[in-house]
Write a protein that binds this ligand. Structure first.
Ligand SMILES: NC(=O)c1ccc[n+]([C@@H]2O[C@H](COP(=O)([O-])OP(=O)(O)OC[C@H]3O[C@@H](n4cnc5c(N)ncnc54)[C@H](OP(=O)(O)O)[C@@H]3O)[C@@H](O)[C@H]2O)c1
Length: 171
């Protein structure tokens, strides 16, 4: 069984995105995402895949896109029809698998993930668009790993200061 890690960035209210537009520009966090996931399979929902736009497929990673649409083609990526199927596909080539969103897939994968890598952004996005939110991290299920987490904000990058917290599932 592969280790399953989830990675996301959220604003102070837990917002993840709108699907249509990028809500922030924090290049250092993009770099953190890239460096964390490079070389490993990344699993994402169809809407997140589409939100990547010109950045899809994420380079040097197996991109596995989950959809219920049997006709869907993910150019440069692979398609799976359930989270379980996506994980099984990813496990054929890697003992570490990243779940890269969005809200629907994070919520579903919260049951099976071993670790959460969360970037907290020091900003509150103002938008009239409907947004999706990060899953709630229940302290009964997840424990912070202090040696892998920031206690201070990292230097501002683009729109915001940011810090990373790593949570491991309580066993
Ligand atoms: N801030 C961050 O770190 C971060 C990271 C990733 C994404 N995002 C943002 O999150 C937003 C998208 O999130 P979202 O929740 O709207 O969509 P999503 O989770 O990316 O994708 C949802 C789609 O995945 C497919 N799906 C979900 N569960 C499934 C299942 N059990 N079996 C088969 N297919 C399934 C369905 O595709 P079909 O409709 O095709 O069947 C569903 O419509 C975007 O704005 C994106 O930019 C933010």
């Amino acid at each position: 069984m592969a280790v399953i890690k989830m990675i996301w960035a959220q604003d102070k209210s837990g917002r993840l995105g709108t699907g249509a537009e990028m809500l922030w520009h924090v290049p250092a966090d993009f770099k953190h995402f890239r460096e964390s996931t490079l070389g490993y399979p990344v699993i994402m929902g169809r809407k997140s895949w589409e939100a990547l736009g010109e950045y899809a497929p994420l380079k040097q990673r197996r991109n596995i896109v989950i959809t219920r649409n049997k006709d869907f083609l993910a150019e440069g990526g692979e398609v799976a029809y359930s989270l379980d199927e996506a994980i099984a596909l990813a496990e054929t080539t890697s003992d570490l698998v990243w779940i890269a969103g969005g809200a629907t897939i994070y919520q579903e994968a919260l049951e099976v993930a071993d670790e959460l890598v969360v970037s907290y952004l020091d900003l509150d996005v103002e938008t009239n668009a409907s947004v999706v939110y990060a899953p709630k991290i229940d302290a009964n299920d997840w424990v912070l790993v202090p040696e892998e987490s920031d206690c201070q904000w990292r230097e501002k990058s683009g729109d915001a200061r940011w810090k990373v917290a790593v949570y491991r599932r309580r066993r």
